[in-house]
Design a protein around this ligand. Structure first.
Ligand code: PSV
Ligand code: MN
Length: 425
């Protein structure tokens, strides 16, 4: 199924006057604060968020899964689903593949389908957290960190293969998340596990093209419960620094212990020019993979505040932005539309922070003023800016409404059936 531009245009005509009222009011308010609204809208419009191939199907917990049906059955259909999102919001113009779930049968066909739908290939992801049917050695006790050199070799070769698929498709980055760790005290020697991981990563790094980035994800728990080999940003930063300029740390919002100050981690990594990418989601307890911005929207804005400063002030290399969420209760496509919207809202709120005034308040230790400045931005309803940015790029003013009015899920159910389970978690 495809959504034609004329359908989006017709929807926009119907919603235009309501939007204009809100937008004119907000523009007026922002102009009084000396904010250039056109620049703001352009920045919001330019932010593209990659969609992971594994977020298009229903997620589950270890207790069960309740698929809604109509899920993509193969890579082509995953790209088509992202094409639907992109047609609606014009902000989801990239897919992130997970190998081996998404090995392309025919690279040229996949590339031309993606081109047709204006979709690029974001970072490619390796998978050494599951055993595949045809693989010789098991990852039960780790992959790049394994005590056995043969297992490490197999995992290195898999990662190199992932990069090769990425090169064929035009990706420029690989994301490595390792499940490696231990569940019981004494099970693993921390230092040897980290050292093995470092040398395995170095072998992968050597085979990566010069214009590529390696994004190293960290996570303090799960699937193992006592330790993980790369538990935190410090360990990821240590590895990225020892590997070289093409290696960076990747921050996944769900990969922190409760109450971690993620915005401060972002600031530090950006100071070191070592932040490589972002996985957006939200959480109440752990790696809940909830829709980004639902539980902690203020924190999301504060993170964007640091990201904007880092990108402006440190002249930091561009980041890979991606949603990494799971949809247990909602329609995955609707959830992804909400996610992109939430990211853009936080971005816009951070963009309207009066940075000069904040600097003065911080330097003079005016705590109340500094708090007022960030909270004023957070309490501004910036949604008309997001809609205006979508309108300017021929996206839909109300993407979720249009998705529902077009009965997209029913059509996908008719095409693909009810029983399909997309690959993923
Ligand atoms: C692990 O929890 C993770 O965040 C990594 O990014 C994986 O690649 C992804 O989820 C899906 O498995
Ligand atoms: Mn992730």
């Amino acid at each position: 199924m495809r959504i034609e531009p004329a359908v989006v245009e017709e929807h926009n005509v119907l919603n235009l006057s309501a939007h204009k009222d809100g937008f004119d009011y907000l523009s007026n308010q922002l102009s009084k604060q000396n904010i250039n609204v056109n620049n703001l809208v352009k920045k919001i419009k330019d932010l593209q968020i990659a969609i992971p191939s594994w977020a298009l199907g229903s997620g589950g917990t270890r207790f069960g899964r309740y698929p809604g049906g109509g899920e993509p059955r193969n890579l082509e259909e995953k790209i088509e689903d992202i094409g639907l999102l992109h047609a609606l919001n014009q902000s989801s113009g990239a897919i992130s593949l997970h190998i081996p779930w998404d090995i392309p049968d025919n690279v040229n066909n996949i590339k031309s389908l993606a081109d047709e739908l204006n979709i690029k290939f974001d970072a490619v992801n390796s998978n050494t957290f599951q055993d595949q049917k045809i693989q010789e050695h098991s990852y039960k006790f780790g992959s790049l960190c394994h005590t056995d050199a043969a297992v490490r070799k197999q995992a290195v070769e898999h990662n190199v293969e992932v990069i090769e698929y990425g090169v064929q498709l035009g990706s420029k980055a690989t994301t490595i998340w390792l499940a490696d760790g231990s569940s019981y005290p004494g099970q693993q020697n921390f230092r040897r596990a980290l050292d093995n991981t470092r040398s395995s990563l170095a072998e992968i790094y050597e085979q990566m093209p010069d214009d590529w980035k390696m994004l190293i994800e960290y996570k303090p728990f799960e699937p193992y419960f006592y330790s993980t080999v790369i538990p935190d940003w410090g360990t990821s930063f240590l590895l990225a620094s020892s590997l070289g300029p093409k290696a960076y740390t990747l921050v996944d919002l769900g990969h922190h212990l409760p109450n971690t100050n993620i915005e401060q981690i972002v600031a530090t990594l950006m100071m070191q020019r070592k932040l490589g990418g972002f996985h957006f989601n939200d959480s109440k307890f752990a790696d809940d993979d909830l829709t980004v911005g639902t539980i902690k929207p203020f924190q999301l804005m504060l993170i964007f505040n640091e990201l904007i400063q880092g990108l402006d002030e440190e002249n930091h290399p561009p980041l890979n932005w991606m949603i990494d969420a799971s949809h247990n209760l909602k329609d995955p496509l609707e959830d992804l539309l909400q996610s992109v919207e939430a990211i853009k809202i936080a971005y816009a709120q951070a963009l309207i922070i009066d940075r000069n005034a904040l600097y003065v308040a911080q330097e003079s230790n005016d705590v109340v003023k500094a708090q007022e400045i960030v909270q004023n931005a957070f309490r501004t309803d910036v949604r008309p800016l997001i809609k205006e940015a979508r309108l300017n790029s021929n996206g839909a003013l109300e993407p979720v409404n249009l998705f529902r009015r077009l009965n997209v899920r029913d059509q996908l159910l008719n095409e693909r059936g009810k029983e399909v389970l997309a690959t993923g978690l």
